[in-house]
Design a protein around this ligand. Sequence first.
Ligand SMILES: Nc1ncnc2c1ncn2[C@@H]1O[C@H](COP(=O)(O)OP(=O)(O)O)[C@@H](O)[C@H]1O
Ligand SMILES: [Mg+2]
Length: 585
Amino acid sequence: MLELKDVCFTIKKDGEDVNLVDHVSIKVPKGHFMAIVGPSGCGKTTLLKTIAGLNPESDGALFWEGRNLSEEGDFSPSEIGYVPQFSIAYDPLTVDESVEAATRLRVRTRDTAELDHRIDRVLEETGLEAISDRPVKVLSGGQKRRLGLAMELVSDPKILLCDEVTSGLDPRSEREIVRLLHDLSRKDGRIVLSVTHSLAHLELYDSILVLHEGRVVFHGPPDRLNHYFSVKDTEEIYPRLSAQPSERWQASWIKHSASYYAMLEKTRERLIASGDLSLERVKTAPADGDEKSDTREPADTRLPGFFSQFATLLSRRWRIFFRDRGQVFLQLAILLCFPVLVTLFSDKASGNIRRYSDIRQDNMAAEIQEQQSVRADQAKVGSAISGIIMFQVVLLALMGSNNSAREIAGERPIYEKEKFGGLRPMAYLWSKIAFLSCLVIAQSLWMAFFVNLFGAFRGEFVEHVIFLLLINASMTSICLAISALMRTAEQASLLSIYLVGFQLPLSGAVLALPEHIEAFTRPFISAYWAWSGSVEALQSQVHGAVKSVIDTSLSNQQACVFTLAVHITVALTLAWIGARRPQWE
Ligand SMILES: Nc1ncnc2c1ncn2[C@@H]1O[C@H](COP(=O)(O)OP(=O)(O)O)[C@@H](O)[C@H]1O
Ligand SMILES: [Mg+2]
């Protein structure tokens, strides 16, 4: 039994308390199929989220099988299924792959046989077997809703909350989905609550809850609805609601509720007696007689371990990456073209650097002239080399932001949903780190090798590689943090691009900043540290040439490595904070 006692969800609006859910008291027994209806904006989604524990109730209490949810902890992730208004599957994956990933993330299975059995059963229950190998992006609206349901059913939830799973569908698909929800509530004593603004097919539900301005104004059998509101047609109910304030509706409902609950109870007893409603878990005999493969046995309620979730997410991420041709092409183009761009400038940088000691002139004038020409040559090579290093650093910073700016923000609703289903934020973050590390390593190493091939870097190759890796890793981590903290992918990419754009002018490598500003900005500019560290890795002659043209001071390599490591650590910590923080829209 699910019971709500005087539950409120209050927000502050212009300094005043507004109850979006206002003293809702209802009782829903096991195996019950209830519709929550009401005009748009009346608080249906808010009520559903309050029941799910996504909106902490401001007042009142929720009880689940006698347990006070506010005091004794929320539903466990495997007990509850929540199908939100938005799609929770990745377009490039197939139906089968989506359900498999959902199962692997939520359910601890003993072996692959059990896993397969579970997936097959869910696909069968939701009527998706025939289209299990189709990609999500080609599914019809109704099929997508079925998939959303399937992905929730993998953990055998005892309570299933559905938000507008029938809206926007053609009448036939709508009826099929309501029918499916009805059937799901007839088994295992499962409660199914379905939010809808549609007043069609109400006869399939056990009870209808009418919500108006956050208040319950009716909760009873569907066939009593028209009588209660004194209307001939169900469609007239919403206009009828506006005839009097919702407080009045609520007050008169409180007077009548007991008699309607008695009616509901009677119908229920009839259903149980006739065998149409089974409250116990139905035990189906396993096909091969093997006791172990009977997935109707209560599942292991513990969630899969950290590594299991991590591995599922990582393999899914690679699969999505390779399915998206455009993304693969873009990554390859960036990977190959950016280093080519750098080597266009390698000519100037590979020029000889003459030394004064190499030359002996007989007269003063010639000596001075020679010295000037040496200096000019040195400046040319020096600034070309410094420029090339900065160019590499900035391009890798750009690749970093391109790697991760959308990584979390672009899939936030799905991630929030999976977190609600028991995904550990730590497993999620590590799967991102593992995926992005591969990109970072490929990009930085290729940049270093290719540019080195053209002789544009004259110094310690390994040290240079380290700084290229660090700048890319640092930008990737910072943009990952932005992605985890921002509300939308657009915000995250915009901010990341600005951040890269400011790296070059603020690095001091091109234009010297006033000292008091430089002292303040420098610690934050990753590009400066990677550039400075790389310059320090140059051969002493080349190093001297670079030093003769730059206006800013260099830092020693340890300080550079340390600062970039701090950038990465702080960024990943922020990404962790952002990933943990709930961010439902
Ligand atoms: N967290 C929130 N803060 C402020 N207003 C909210 C919040 N959640 C919902 N609302 C507002 O509360 C009302 C009810 O929203 P909702 O439950 O989504 O309605 P429904 O699902 O019935 O269409 C809407 O006017 C919505 O804008
Ligand atoms: Mg809604």
